[in-house]
Design a protein around this ligand. Structure first.
Ligand code: ADE
Ligand code: ZN
Length: 326
């Protein structure tokens, strides 16, 4: 099928990817075993059969449980390298990945252990596979702003390795406003800013991400489509939306793929992109997300080009770095 071939072969970037969400059950079992951690599920299949979610929180509960077997620097390295090797097959040439430091510091794993493993894999991936990268530290929004400030302190010795900050985890009840002060500090430090908004949360949260947090990008943004003023504002500012089709389906953010809102976003002239979010949990990497859109939502050849172009334009690469990839 020509559209599928085009989608698979286009060079592309991935801008919305939680490295802990790439933890495949096979690797999870192997790492649990070598770390002598007893595991609640007795087989890969038993674990996989638990991957049925009614909402974001159902998923998050398993996501935090899965990442809890990561103890050593080598564990973070292996996780990250496995992801890079996998998306190299999908013709991904640049990645901007999130990690959730508080998901690990809360279990006694030092910030240094996490970032050393992740960063070393990213550097090796750049050398061995030619995949360039940006690293985004994400704050967990179900925790307090003071916990985010503590995390920022831990990150300060590593700011040369960290390009931006994000906001993820349970959205409803935890508006961007809650983190206004810590993001203001991040901005002063010269970090780029993005935030999950409008995945389950209301359009109001997208407004706050834009006006209060002054994001450079919006993760998901689906519910922005509920307000025409908001659509106009996103368009006026040229903000990129990092959309995750299979994630939306698995977390019941959309009822099916036929009318996925990414089509409307493109029709409104918004800079939408395709991303995999947590591919090990949602049943597909980036090309699988393109495939689902082609199969079920009738996306056109021109739209595919636009999506791939948007993935470069919405990245935090310099124009010189971009042109080296194209
Ligand atoms: N953490 C990992 N994946 C997430 C998502 N889709 N939304 C919010 N937090 C997340
Ligand atoms: Zn996400």
């Amino acid at each position: 099928d020509t559209l599928l071939n085009l989608a698979y072969q286009m060079p592309k970037t991935e801008l919305h990817l939680h490295i802990e969400g790439t933890f495949e059950p096979e690797l999870m079992f192997a790492i649990a075993k070598r770390n002598n951690i007893p595991f609640k599920y007795d087989s890969v299949d038993a674990l996989k059969s638990a991957y049925q979610f009614e909402n974001l929180q159902d998923f998050l509960d398993l996501y935090y449980q899965g990442m809890s077997v990561l103890l050593k620097e080598q564990d973070f390295y292996d996780l990250t390298m496995a992801y890079l090797k996998r998306v190299h097959q999908d013709n991904v040439v640049h990645v901007e990945i999130f990690f959730d430091p508080q998901g690990h510091t809360s279990r006694g794993i030092s910030f240094e252990t996490q970032i050393n493993g992740i960063y070393r894999a990213l550097k090796d991936g750049e050398q061995q596979l030619g995949i360039t990268f940006k690293l985004i530290m994400s704050f967990l929004r179900h925790l307090s702003e003071s916990s985010a400030f503590e995390t920022l302190e831990l990150a300060k010795p590593y700011l040369d390795w960290i390009d931006g900050v994000g906001l993820d985890s349970s959205e409803v009840g935890h508006p961007p406003q809650k983190f206004a002060n810590v993001f203001a500090e991040c901005k002063k430090l010269g970090l780029s800013i993005t935030a999950h908004a409008g995945e389950e949360g209301p359009p109001e949260y997208v407004w706050e991400a834009i006006e209060t947090i002054q994001v450079n990008r919006i993760d998901h943004g689906n519910r922005a489509l509920e307000e025409s003023d908001l659509i106009a504002e996103i368009k006026k500012r040229g903000l990129t939306l990092t959309v995750c089709p299979l994630s939306n389906l698995k977390l019941c953010v959309v009822p099916n793929m036929d009318n996925h809102p990414i089509k409307s976003m493109l029709k409104f002239g918004l800079n939408a992109t395709v991303n995999s979010d947590d591919p090990a949990y949602f049943g597909g990497y980036i090309n699988d997300n393109y495939k689902a859109l082609i199969k079920d939502s009738g996306i056109s050849k021109n739209e595919l080009y636009t999506l791939a172009c948007n993935s470069f334009n919405g990245s935090w690469l310099s124009s010189e770095q971009k042109s080296r990839h194209l």
